[in-house]
Structures are given as structure tokens and as C-alpha cells.
Design a protein around this ligand. Structure first.
Ligand SMILES: O=C(O)CCC(=O)C(=O)O
Ligand SMILES: [Fe+2]
Length: 307
């Protein structure tokens, strides 16, 4: 999945959803996935929800359960992670800053009755990069139960993204992202948000899938969540998203090669390290290497090979 470095500028984005995301910091894609897919995932995750203990700590929330590694817990999860409309939005928001995006996390979350409103935050604050210039992450919340104001639907501060991340107090009142299973609540890593309070008598279940710049350390350690013997069964595109591709130049290699070589087992013999460079770097390097070679030096010195 290569990204066009000339990714669209905010405001020039093709789709309405793209324009919404870049100008408001969030968008809600109604019926982005079929109810069948979402209910199959919900059924696959039910035993894990039941078995998972409550989180500890004020950020995760003590009336909240979370667990990750969703691609091993339901076959249908790949459909949500690879949803084309979502990938288009992620590439739109992040494509200016990396040559490929990666999966940041795939996490199930369950708010129980009595869950407090979550601390309003920006997910990008995981990383200590420059603020206000770069978008690091696109977050997608997929409700598994209806999300209502009563049961803790995600609260989002519109237009609190981008340079507004440098401003202490949000300028506008928040919205409650009420949504149904099949809808996708999409927001940027720079957008202020948090889970709402669950004042109802039922649980609020959802799945968070987020994508980040391909050169960042992801929240969920993808190589441990999906080791080679697991990821070898993914489609090549999904495997690349989960870290089995190099971010050129050479980032995330295994013994100087693409980590997907491990899909056929750990190599017994030493491997050659192979350059994985961007075309612009490849071109610069070609000149440098040519000038170092004896025949290249002759060219440079006006020797016999000179025209
Ligand atoms: O559960 C939610 O609605 C939001 C959760 C969230 O923002 C987070 O855990 O980072
Ligand atoms: Fe968050």
C-alpha cells in the first residue's frame, strides 16, 4: 500500500467524509460495514469480553474492559481493518508524512454501567513529536452496541485538531458521537475526545482500530501481537499494515530484508542485507556509487570513458 506523497491537502479532499475529517477533525461514516460482519465479530469477541478483567488506572477506567490482538480473535476483523473507505481516509490524513501507514492498534473496549467520563485527550500525545503541523494517527471507533449519550458514546470536540492542539481550552462545545453497529466514528490523532460516562444499565461495546504513520512506534506491538507464524496467514496487504513491510529507507527490516521473509521460517543461512530505498534516495545514491567506481572516477577525471 504505497502512499502518494502528494496526498491531498485538507479541504481539497475528494470525498465529503475526507473534507469533514480534515476540516472538523472527525466524521461519522454511516453503514460503513455490514451488520452481519459486525455481529459476527461481536459473537466471536463475547467470550473474551466475559473473561477479561476490568482495567486498572484512571485513564483506561476501572469500569472498563479492554483487550487487543483482535485480528487473531475474529476472522472478520480483517474486513474492518482493511475497510477501503477507512483506508482512504487514513491515507488522506497521513499520506503527507509517511510513505506507508501501519496498524496502530485493534482493541475491544467495553464500558460498564457506572463508567466515568474518560479524561479528554488527544491520542497523538503518545508520541513526543511536533504539534500542530503533523498528523500522526487516524482513529476509528466501530460500535458493537448502539452508542448513545446515555451509555457513554464517544465525546468529540469538533475542530479541536491540527494547530488547535496547541490551545489549552477547546473553543467549541463537544458533540456526542451517537452511532449504530456498522457505523464508523473516525477522528484524527490531534482531535480532543474521550469516552462518555455510562449512566445506563447496559454495557457499551466497541472496537477501536487506529492507523499511524509507518515510521512511528505503534501503541500495540504488532510483531508480538501477530508473530510471523500468525501473520503469514494474513493477506499481503494486511501483513504489510501489521508491520511486515519496510518503511523505506530500511526501517523495520529483519537482517537487512523485509520481515515477511520470516513467513517461510527463520533462515538457517546468513542473508545479504539489501537496500530498501525510496526512488529519490536510490537516484542520489546511484550517482554517488558511480563516482566511486574506478571507471566512474575516470569519467569524473575526464578519463577514457569521458565523452
Ligand atoms: O471509548 C471511547 O469512546 C474512547 C476511548 C479512547 O479514546 C481511548 O481509549 O483512547
Ligand atoms: Fe482516545
Amino acid at each position: 500500500m504505497m502512499i502518494n506523497p502528494q496526498s491531498l491537502q485538507p479541504g481539497e479532499s475528494g470525498s465529503t467524509a475526507g473534507r469533514d475529517l480534515m476540516s472538523n477533525g472527525y466524521t461519522i461514516l454511516r453503514r460503513a460495514a455490514s451488520k452481519d460482519i459486525v455481529s459476527a465479530i461481536s459473537a466471536d469477541l463475547a467470550p473474551r469480553y466475559a473473561a477479561t478483567p476490568f482495567c486498572e488506572g484512571g485513564f483506561y477506567g476501572e469500569r472498563t474492559k479492554r483487550f487487543g490482538r483482535l485480528l487473531i480473535r475474529s476472522r472478520k476483523m480483517a474486513d474492518l481493518v482493511m475497510n477501503p473507505a477507512i483506508l482512504e481516509l487514513a491515507e488522506l490524513a497521513l499520506g503527507n508524512w509517511c510513505e506507508r501507514i501501519q496498524l496502530n492498534l485493534a482493541q475491544a473496549i467495553e464500558l460498564h454501567p457506572g463508567a466515568l467520563p474518560q479524561f479528554p485527550h488527544r491520542d497523538q500525545d503518545m508520541w513526543a513529536g511536533a504539534l500542530g503541523e503533523v498528523e500522526y494517527l487516524v482513529n476509528v471507533m466501530w460500535p458493537l452496541t448502539p452508542f448513545t449519550a446515555d451509555n457513554g458514546a464517544t465525546i468529540i470536540w469538533p475542530r479541536s485538531h491540527g494547530v488547535e492542539a496547541l490551545v489549552e481550552e477547546p473553543k467549541e462545545a463537544p458533540i456526542v458521537a451517537e452511532a449504530e453497529p456498522g457505523d464508523a466514528i473516525v477522528f484524527l490523532g490531534s482531535t480532543l475526545h474521550g469516552a462518555g460516562p455510562n449512566r445506563s444499565s447496559g454495557v457499551r461495546r466497541g472496537i477501536i482500530v487506529s492507523y499511524c504513520l509507518g515510521w512511528l512506534k505503534p501503541y500495540e506491538n504488532q510483531w508480538l501481537a501477530y508473530p510471523p507464524e500468525v501473520a503469514r496467514h494474513f493477506s499481503p496487504e494486511l501483513a504489510a499494515l501489521a508491520g511486515y513491510a519496510q518503511h523505506r529507507p530500511n526501517l523495520g527490516n529483519f537482517e537487512g530484508q523485509c520481515p515477511s521473509i520470516l513467513f517461510s521460517g527463520y533462515p538457517e543461512e546468513p542473508l545479504a542485507a539489501v537496500d530498501a530505498l525510496r526512488p529519490d534516495q536510490q537516484a542520489l545514491l546511484a550517482d554517488h556509487v558511480a563516482a566511486q567506481r574506478p571507471e566512474g572516477r575516470e569519467v569524473a577525471q575526464g578519463g577514457p570513458l569521458a565523452a
